[in-house]
Structures are given as C-alpha cells and as structure tokens.
Design a protein around this ligand. Structure first.
Ligand SMILES: [Zn+2]
Length: 170
C-alpha cells in the first residue's frame, strides 16, 4: 500500500515530523491524511486494498474523493464487496478518480457508471466557460439524484462549470 503519507504513519494514525511539516506547508491536506489512515485500516482486511496506491484525496461537503491508480479503480468496480467496505469506513459516498486524469477522464470517472457521450466547451462573452456534457445512464433517476453533487465536486476540484444533458440508454 502507498499513500501520500508514510505507511507507518497511516497505520498508527500518527504523523512523523516530516509528514507533519508537509501538512503545515500545505503539501498535504487533511483529506490526504484522513484518506491514508482509512485506507490503511481497509488494507488490514483486504489483500486487494493492500496493493492500492492512493495518490491523494479531497473532501467536498460530505463526499470523499480518492485519487487512485486506474488498476485500483478497476478492482473497486469489479468487487462490490470492497467498494462497500470503503463506504462503511469513510461513512460517506466515496468517489474514485484516476491520478493525473485529464478533465475528460476526471468527468468520466466521477459520472461512472453513466457514460459520457459527448462534451464540449462553451465560451461565454465574459471569457468564462462552461463544459456541456451529454450522459447516458441505465438508471436515470439515480444519476439525476446525484448530479448536483457531481457538479459541486467537478467545480471544486477541477474548476469546471458543468452543464449536464441526459440521453436515455436503450
Ligand atoms: Zn511520515
């Protein structure tokens, strides 16, 4: 397991001087530290999680967003029991995004399991921009219920103003 803090710190929930300094300097956030400690707990009970590499974490309102490798995200998508343990440990919805994701990839990760059919940028006269996306989902009411949270997350982490359009999946 790798996290933004030392593995020993994550396992003991106590930061060493080096990590403490990084936190003070803003090179680490409280979400990074919280996320690392929680993943260390999950890794104790799961070989899969023990192989994860957590790159960072964000907290947006009550939601937790974890940045992982794409191979780790694949494990979460194919092992619902591991995903359930994450939500129990974090006591919130946990969203997963790939490290170094492009804006498009980030949006695809956040809206999963919906599909991104199209996206394009709309420039406003004042120079600001909106990103219009078209989504297809098999469970439309579920996606629509989450869309305001998705917009907040994308705005806070990527500074992207989303406009969402739906297309039903046949
Ligand atoms: Zn440390």
């Amino acid at each position: 397991m790798k996290t933004p803090i030392c593995t020993f710190d994550a396992k003991t929930s106590i930061l060493c001087t080096k990590c403490e300094t990084k936190l003070r300097l803003g090179q680490l956030t409280h979400a990074d530290v919280d996320g690392a400690i929680k993943i260390a707990k999950l890794a104790e009970g799961s070989q899969d999680v023990d192989n994860f590499t957590m790159l960072g974490a964000y907290k947006v309102d009550d939601d937790f967003i974890l940045t992982l490798r794409s191979s780790d995200i694949n494990i979460l998508r194919t092992h619902p029991s591991v995903l359930r343990k994450f939500e129990e440990e974090f006591q919130s919805k946990v969203w997963f995004v790939e490290g170094q994701a492009t804006d498009r990839k980030f949006i695809e990760n956040i809206i999963f399991p919906s599909k991104l059919l199209a996206n394009h940028t709309i420039w406003l006269p004042d120079g600001s921009k909106l990103t219009k996306v078209t989504l297809a989902a098999s469970n439309m009411p579920e996606v629509q219920s989450k869309i305001e949270r998705i917009k907040r997350i994308v705005k806070q982490i990527k500074n992207i103003e989303l406009v969402v359009e739906f297309e039903s999946e046949k």
